[in-house]
Design a protein around this ligand. Sequence first.
Ligand code: FAD
Length: 317
Amino acid sequence: MVKIVESFVEIYPLNSIENIKKHIERCGRTCYKSEDKITDTSAEQFVEGILKSGHESVIEHANLIFKTGSENLEKIKELASKVKGLNYLQFATELLVSGNMRTFRDISRLGYNDFDTWFRQNGLEVFANQDSSALCLVGELSLKGIQYLDKVSQDDDLNNITVHMITNLSCYKDITRHRLASFSIESTRFCNYSKGKYGSELTILKPVNLDEGTPEYAEWLACMQDTEKHYMKMCELGCRADQSRLCLPHSIKADVIMTANVKEWKHIFNLRCDKAAHPDVRKVMLSALELFYNEGYTTFNDLYAKFLPDIEEFRRK
Ligand SMILES: Cc1cc2nc3c(=O)[nH]c(=O)nc-3n(C[C@H](O)[C@H](O)[C@H](O)COP(=O)(O)OP(=O)(O)OC[C@H]3O[C@@H](n4cnc5c(N)ncnc54)[C@H](O)[C@@H]3O)c2cc1C
């Protein structure tokens, strides 16, 4: 029998340098469903393994905001044209520069070790990339903030929010069209749902747009049960998870981590909370918007007001 679950959204906060590796481990282990392996000391080794394997998108979930002198503006502009995820904001004498850990590694790959040096000095040497001694910036480089510390006054381009959501594969397909965000998803290549660890069953997201008790819902459920039988049979026949997964439906539950800056979150809410978006996607995005509002991220107040009738409607679904 398939297990039916409902969608769920929570924020994964990141608010200190000490927690960067732990945050990345927490996000990354979603892919392998190995959260049970997290210990007080497991993060360093996990990050090392991720970087070694080339699974670098996981380190995109941690963002830092640096402060440097405005004389570096031209250099930062040049870097921003060469790497992804580098944003900056210019003030009279200072320049704020934000990026995720992957952005900074890519800067290092260009041969510059300004950020690597800072990582080595701050217990984050695991992210340092190479021994190049070339600096691209002049003057001071110091940390201004992490992810989204100040919920009220900070800038939309520089600040990022990470969310963990339980949704389905079709919702994941839709939201990953948002190219400026970063994603990690439970791997259906890695997770073999015939194993006891997964309850030897398929976990399916309850659809928002089919009403329980109707013939349409019963037909959908029958299809899910059949699909489970075929999946389990393929595993019995000796198929690996990456073969059996070819049976999996759009409704299969997906554990997803999503990180985006505030500007992109606003863009996504405008598109995906709207009536034109798929109801499963609307459900998680309206929940995320409500959560941001409830957490005191005041920059989302206008959007919350705009979508409040929809939030109230979807709370009941
Ligand atoms: C109601 C709805 C129906 C949809 N139906 C379909 C469908 O039938 N088929 C389908 O394939 N897709 C569909 N989509 C997906 C849609 O076309 C977009 O791919 C998705 O919404 C991502 O949003 P975005 O393009 O604004 O980009 P994001 O990736 O969120 O980027 C944000 C902004 O950055 C800029 N940007 C990012 N990358 C580029 C780039 N490479 N070049 C120029 N500017 C860029 C743009 O200004 C963009 O608005 C649908 C989306 C919605 C909301």
